[in-house]
Design a protein around this ligand. Structure first.
Ligand code: PRP
Ligand code: HPA
Length: 174
């Protein structure tokens, strides 16, 4: 059996939309410094492209989380695998993610980060699959809402592969 990737969102479409979102962030954060928090691994490609388009002062930090074992996955409890290097106290924090699916990861993570006392806390995602939502999450910036299909590329993986594709695609098996 071989795999093919069907393009859902071309590289040009993704780049154009990231530019638009970057401009919106520049307007919203005028006069401030935005502290971007990247959720690894998937968020890293989007974070880099977004950061290049932001013209207000930017600082960056990275964290990695994983759901607890399969039994508790549906509880949405996440374990910090790599924590942030810096405190969030009094910072204007913008969490950058590749995708919001059930909403469990981000809902839990945002609560955890809010407890660290940022001045503001917002969420920016490359992709959102609203049909899959189980837990409500307020998303401040969404590049694309997509249908309920398993996507790869731009940081998103299928069994750790395809993260490096410069577009968003759907893996199809022949
Ligand atoms: O809304 P949810 O249903 O919680 O799903 C979204 C989460 O799943 C993906 O991460 P994943 O665990 O695949 O990690 P990765 O970024 O390292 O691939 C994605 O990056 C989000 O963090
Ligand atoms: O569609 C997806 N693709 C890759 N990883 C994911 N994690 C949640 N949804 C997805």
């Amino acid at each position: 059996m071989s795999e093919k990737v069907r393009v859902m969102l071309s590289e040009e479409a993704v780049d154009k939309r990231i530019q638009e979102i970057g401009e919106q962030i520049n307007r919203d954060y005028e006069g401030k410094q935005v502290h971007l928090v990247c959720v690894l691994k998937g968020g890293s490609f989007f974070m880099c492209e977004l950061a290049k388009r932001i013209t207000v002062p930017v600082s960056l930090d990275f964290m990695s989380v994983s759901s607890y074992g399969s039994e508790t996955k549906s509880s949405g409890v996440v374990r910090i695998v790599k924590d942030l290097d810096e405190p969030l106290k009094d910072k204007d924090v913008l969490v950058v993610e590749d995708i919001i699916d059930s909403g469990r990861t981000l809902s839990y993570l945002l609560e955890m980060l809010r407890d660290r006392g940022p001045k503001s806390l917002k969420l920016c995602t490359l992709l959102d699959k609203p049909e899959r939502r189980v837990v409500d999450v307020h998303v401040d910036y969404t590049c694309f809402q997509i249908p309920d299909e398993f996507v790869v590329g731009y940081g998103l993986d299928y069994d750790q592969r395809y993260r490096n594709l410069p577009y968003i695609g759907v893996v199809e098996l022949d």
